[in-house]
Write a protein that binds this ligand. Structure first.
Ligand code: ZN
Ligand code: ZN
Length: 330
């Protein structure tokens, strides 16, 4: 089983979890081109991805989502709340009743089912009305295929949030993608329905977890993170740096709140008091560029783990924003 953190932080998040022949991309928070570039750097082919899983709808987790999903024509897994929020975000002027939303979903489903159009026609039609999804228009490897002469169905054309396949999951209800069992859990964060995940490779009895973008570590998260072999955990900010830093007061309040981000101190508290000490590797992620220093995050975590850090376990590594982390293979 492998975890490949392609990027982690407020400028973009994306991680690949791989086991056997299954590849899951968790979040697509960078341009399609950048995501593909980073996949190549860790030796993964975009075409080998089976699915994209979204933690929540903030832009640093979804910036390249629609372009990548349409290009690869793979399913995107959301909670319904996150999907709705994402659709609202990329079609900001639309106010939609719940009935209309369900109706739209049904029509999209029908459009896929009766998809007499070649898939790329649908994708191209959607691209025409691409609104907020910021992707470099010049990126050749992510360009949509040539438009067919045949006109696309208008209902698809009108819908900028169209994805090839949408699947829903619910926090607390496990599901599987290929050879990987996925257990989503709720995290406290200021998004519609944010989730962390535990991934379990059935054949290898190895567990890897992702828990970033959380204001604090509630009991359900502590429970979920028991017995994991690799843990990507948020260590967002140093409290002093945040307090003295350049953010406006309102943003500081947001970050510090119970639905904001995990500080180095809170991360260390979890590692000291609640963490079972059994992981091979702990990856500190979503570090703030403004309000943290890698050395501070590492020091806090290493002090918290203390003597449990050995050659065989509890290795602490830091995921960054600018380049992929060395793949973690177990
Ligand atoms: Zn984030
Ligand atoms: Zn977020």
């Amino acid at each position: 089983m492998r975890m490949m953190v392609l990027a982690s932080g407020s400028k973009g998040n994306a991680t690949i979890i791989a086991a056997g022949s299954t590849r899951i991309l968790v979040d697509a928070g960078m341009s399609c081109r950048e995501l593909m570039k980073r996949m190549a750097l860790v030796g993964e082919y975009p075409e080998s991805l089976n699915a994209i899983l979204i933690t929540h709808e903030h832009l640093d987790h979804v910036a390249g989502l629609s372009v990548l999903a349409r290009r690869l024509k793979i399913p995107v897994f959301f909670t319904e709340g996150t999907h709705r929020a994402w659709v609202r975000m990329i079609t900001p002027r639309t106010t939609m009743s719940y009935a209309k939303w369900l109706d739209n979903l049904q029509r999209e489903k029908e459009a896929r089912a009766t998809d007499h159009l070649p898939a790329h026609t649908v994708a191209t039609a959607v691209m025409e009305s691409e609104p907020l999804v910021v992707d470099d228009p010049l990126e050749p490897e992510c360009a949509e295929p040539e438009m067919d002469a045949e006109p696309a169905a208008p209902r698809v054309k009108d819908n900028p949030s169209f994805l090839p396949v949408v699947e829903y999951f619910r926090a607390g209800h496990g599901f599987c993608i290929g050879e990987i069992d996925v257990s989503p859990f709720t995290i406290p964060h200021d998004a519609a329905d944010p989730c962390g995940f535990v991934f379990h490779a059935r054949s290898e009895s190895i567990k890897m977890a992702i828990a970033t973008d959380l204001g604090y570590v509630p009991p359900n998260v502590k429970m979920a993170l028991r017995g994991v072999d690799v843990l990507l955990l948020e260590s967002n900010h140093d409290l002093e740096m945040l307090k003295d830093g350049p953010y406006p007061w309102s943003v500081k309040q947001r970050v510090l709140s119970r639905v904001g981000h995990l500080s180095n101190t809170a991360c260390a508290e979890f590692l000291m008091r609640d963490y079972d000490g059994g992981a091979h590797t702990i990856v500190l992620g979503h570090l703030s560029a403004q309000n943290n220093l890698p050395e501070l995050a590492r020091l806090a975590a290493e002090q918290a783990i203390g003597e449990r850090m050995t050659l065989l376990g509890n290795r602490v590594v830091l995921a960054g924003q600018d380049e992929p982390l060395e793949p973690i293979c177990l």
